[in-house]
Design a protein around this ligand. Sequence first.
Ligand SMILES: C[S@@+](CC[C@H](N)C(=O)[O-])C[C@H]1O[C@@H](n2cnc3c(N)ncnc32)[C@H](O)[C@@H]1O
Length: 138
Amino acid sequence: MIRVAGRYASEVGLADRISMVSGNAFEIEWPHDQDAVLISYLMYCVDGGLIPDLMRRAYDSHRPGGRLFVHDYMIEDDGGCPPLAALWLVSSLLADPDAVLLTPGTLSERAREAGFAEVGVHELIPEITKALTATKPR
Ligand SMILES: C[S@@+](CC[C@H](N)C(=O)[O-])C[C@H]1O[C@@H](n2cnc3c(N)ncnc32)[C@H](O)[C@@H]1O
């Protein structure tokens, strides 16, 4: 991922403004004072019990006023299930048998528990993914 991201950064002339850090997100120290944190396609494939840890790390990483973006496969709060989102979520069990079905409601709750405000969830790729947005209060 770092190699791919580094290539994209170079292609658009941003290589000198972006630094890359590799490692296990649950073990490394995340950078501090960040304007924004994007977590894309990660929460669906990790042990659901570790999602609060990811949210807390993201919160600690932001400057006050910073914005969180979580982009991932999600089903609906009522269990309604676009087939493609459901398929991807089921496939996540191959990566970690303790992965959970993500919903806007549960993910929003985890974000608020971590301290985020202005939490909202919007459809991103129709019937497949949604994006949660939230703000670290000033
Ligand atoms: C489906 S890919 C998503 C890649 C990219 N974020 C995107 O949106 O296209 C999931 C990525 O999460 C990474 N990953 C899984 N568990 C991780 C962990 N504990 N710490 C850091 N990265 C992890 C995998 O190596 C993989 O690159």
